[in-house]
Design a protein around this ligand. Structure first.
Ligand SMILES: [Co+2]
Length: 478
């Protein structure tokens, strides 16, 4: 999820919405992009290496054996669907289980390591039954902070925080598995509602949604084309994904309020490749720059630098790829997706605030072929109870009961209208409007650049641990 920087917005109130202007002057600079793709490829290799070793450094190779332990559960669940195909050579546990359930004639006794189903339905707690979830990708600190890598004191601090880290890693594992399925199955022709439900059903199952203890972190963004963020369909939205769409899938998972916020861009027409590549390289530049004591403005500068080197030709016109200057990354706190700090994606933010030890940060960058500036546009779907909600008495009965429902189901986690429908709320729009106008709930309408432009996003959640930086949501896809 993105944060819109209002201070930046005010400075540019008179920006006009104009047609995208093609840019000629940069057409010769073609070499720059190659650097991008090779460094991306290098990174990929590096990741694999690190992943392979990370299990051993943790002493948690159990990930593999876990799978076997978990296998029985899946076998039980699959019985109903797989009756015909199951050979009758049951293993011990399978047999006793079968005796207990007489209705089942045959058992599936495949004792293969437990794997995720398609669509994803197996809770990650069953896949990692020792409760230890895989670490993301670790990066050492640099410059004045290299001492942290081996500091005994800092290591001890990490051991103390282990449970929180593990909750974040569990949410990250859910994110990876759900998005793997989403990336594989989402195709032009699907409705936006189906797309979101695919992701939301996966999240609910894999994280074992349970009140405010674990569940969806915020509404599933699926913003299209010139819309960069905060669009998810409301009930009745008939929009269908098409081949020429550029869709930002931005979804969140939380475990005990520890939110993983990660997003990627889907496109089907290869003509947009450069746009998507630019967002990826820029976000990684931001992640690379981020660290303890690093100034926010320096992250913005590193991101902007990457975007400067990109342009894209679409239907015979060349466009600069610009960062969207009023969208930002953000720090995350428990149940609080947009905590205190905003991480700029432009070089001139002037924000010298520093990141600090222990902070969880969503590094997200957005780029556009338009003017690189978003405004609120379209029907609102996203809302959240304000973290600093004023204690004003709500007198309108419908607003009062709606607030009670929001408190119960979402607390301060963002929600959308579909989630209200789902928990049984009806005819809530007036009540919702009342809560928004009283300042108790904040509305987050879609944020869009110029019509006809295209926008892309890539986002990871990182953690500034005492000894090193962990890209929590890193996967083998991005
Ligand atoms: Co975000």
């Amino acid at each position: 999820m993105a944060i819109e920087e209002e201070s930046l917005a005010k400075g540019v109130e008179n920006v006009k919405i104009s047609e995208d202007t093609p840019v000629e002057q940069k057409q010769e600079e073609t070499g720059t992009n190659d650097t991008g793709s090779t460094s991306a490829a290098k990174k990929k290799k590096k990741n694999k290496k690190k992943k392979a070793s990370s299990g051993t450094t943790n002493g948690n190779e159990e990930g593999v054996t876990d799978g076997v332990e978990g296998a029985e559960d899946e076998t039980k669940e699959d019985n109903d669907e797989q009756e015909e195909s199951a050979p009758a050579t049951a293993g011990g546990e399978g047999a006793s289980e079968g005796a207990a359930k007489k209705k089942k004639k045959k058992k599936n006794k495949k004792k293969s390591p437990k794997t995720q189903t398609e669509p994803p339905t197996v809770p990650v707690s069953k896949l990692f039954s020792n409760g230890v979830f895989p670490e993301g990708e670790n990066h050492e600190y640099r410059d004045d902070n290299t001492w942290r890598t081996t500091s005994e004191e800092k290591r001890a601090a990490e051991r103390d925080a282990y449970d929180d880290y593990n909750d974040m890693r569990k949410a990250a594992e859910v994110h990876r598995q759900v998005r793997a399925y989403a990336r594989k199955t989402i195709k032009p022709g699907m409705s936006m509602i189906d797309i979101c439900e695919t992701i939301e059903n996966g999240t609910r199952s894999l994280v074992e949604e349970n009140g405010l203890e674990a569940g969806i972190g915020f509404p599933t963004g699926c913003s299209l084309n010139h819309c960069a963020a905060h669009y998810t369909p409301n009930a009745g939205d008939k929009t269908v994904l098409s081949y020429d769409d550029v869709m930002k899938i931005d979804f969140g998972v939380h475990v005990k309020g520890r939110i993983i916020d990660s997003a990627f861009t889907m496109h089907f027409n290869p003509k947009y490749d450069k746009l998507i590549e630019a967002a990826k390289e820029a976000t990684y530049a931001g992640i690379n720059e981020a660290g303890i004591d690093v100034r926010l403005c320096d992250i913005g500068a590193a991101v902007h630098e990457v975007y400067d080197s990109y342009e894209i030709e679409l239907d015979g016109k060349t466009y600069d790829i610009k960062p969207i200057r009023n969208l930002n990354g953000h720090t995350i706190e428990p149940y609080h997706i947009h905590a205190g700090k905003s991480v700029p994606i432009v070089r001139d933010s002037g924000d010298e605030t520093k990141l600090e030890e222990g902070e969880q940060v969503a590094i997200e960058t957005f780029c556009s072929t338009g003017r690189g500036y978003v405004i609120e546009d379209g029907e609102c779907s996203h809302y959240a109870k304000a973290h600093d909600a004023p204690h004003v008495p709500i007198r309108v009965p419908r607003a009062k009961s709606l607030l009670a429902s929001i408190n119960r189901h979402f607390g301060t986690l963002p929600f959308c209208r579909r989630y209200l429908d789902r928990v049984g709320e009806e005819k809530y729009l007036l009540g919702l409007r009342n809560l928004v106008s009283s300042g108790v709930v904040t509305a987050y309408p879609p944020l869009c650049d110029t019509r006809g432009s295209y926008t892309a996003q890539l986002e990871h959640t990182i953690l500034l641990k005492p000894t090193c930086k962990e890209i929590l949501s890193k996967g083998d896809d991005y």
